[in-house]
Design a protein around this ligand. Sequence first.
Ligand code: HEC
Length: 305
Amino acid sequence: MFSRLATQSAKRSVHPFVKPTVQARFASTKSAISSNPMQFGLVTAAIVGTTATAYMYADASANMADEGLHAPHYPWPHSGPLSTFDHAAIRRGYQVYREVCSACHSLDRIAWRNLVGVSHTEAEAKAMAEEFEYQDGPDDKGEMFARPGKLSDYMPQPYANEEAARAANAGALPPDLSLITKARHGGEDYVFSLLTGYVDAPGGIEVREGLNYNPYFPGGAIAMARVLFDGVVEYEDGTPATTSQMAKDVSTFLAWAAEPEHDDRKKMGMKAVIILTGLTAMSIWLKRFKWAPIKSRKIVYNPPK
Ligand code: HEC
C-alpha cells in the first residue's frame, strides 16, 4: 500500500499533465541507442568519416580535369615570413604586364602613384602616366575633355566595357588582374603554371576551336592563347627574357598588385612580435615579483591561550 502511494505521487509530481497513454508510446518508441550517447556519437562519426573518405578518393581522378592540375609550389623570394618582394622582378613584371597582358587585361586597383618607390621613381611613373590620355571634366562649358594621365589616375583599361572585351576575345572575358593571385587557388604559383603550362592536348582530348589546351586551367581549355614566348619583351636590366623568366616576373608583379602592403605588413608583424614578446616577458617577471611575497608567506595561527 505504501509503495502504491509512493508511485502515484511520484507520477503526479513528474508528469502532472501528461496522459498515461502518451507516456506509454514514448516509452515503447524510445530508441535504445539514445540511451548511450557515446555509442551514438561514434557510429555517426564513423558514417560521416567513411562517406567523406570515399568521396575524396572517388573524386580524385575527376578533379584533374574539372578543377585543373594543381600548381606546384615554387620557392618565391617573397614567400618567407620575413622576406620582401623582389622589387627588380616587380619592375620587370610591370614591363611584361604593360607590353603583353595590358592588351587584354585591366588592372583596375593599381594607380600610377602605387608604382612610386616600389618599382619606379616618381619621375618615371609621371612620364609613363602622361603617355596615356584620360577623359576628364566637365570643364566650365560643361564639356568633357582629354588630358594626359596623372599619378593619381588608375591604370587605363584595354576595353571600354565588358561587351567589347568579350567581343574581342571570342566571348571570353579576360578578368581584371588586380586581385588575381588572391582570387585563384594557388595564387602566384597558379599564374606562373598557367602562363608556362601551354602544351599540346593529349591524345583523346578534343579542344574546341578558339580554345587552347592548358592542364592548369579548370576544364583544361582556356580562351587565352599562349602569350609568352622567349624574347617578347626586352628587359632594360639585361635579364634574358625567357618564357619562364617573364612568367616569374609578371607573377611577382601581380602578387604585389594584389597585396601592395605586403612588405610593410611583414615589417609591422616583426615589430609587433618583438615588442609583444618583450612586454610578455616583462609582465611575467612583474607577476612573479608581485606574487613572490604572497606565494612564499607562511600563515601562522596562534590560538588564544
Ligand atoms: C589576347 C588577349 C590576352 C592577353 C594578351 C593575355 N590574356 Fe590572360 N586571358 C585572356 C582571356 C580571354 C582570358 C579568359 C580565359 C577563359 O575564361 O577561358 C584570360 C584569362 C587569364 C587568367 C585567368 C585564368 C583563370 O583562372 O580564370 C589569367 C591569370 C591571365 N589571363 C593572365 C594573363 C597574363 C599574366 C597575361 C600577360 C602575360 C595575359 N593573361 C595576357 C586574354 C588575354
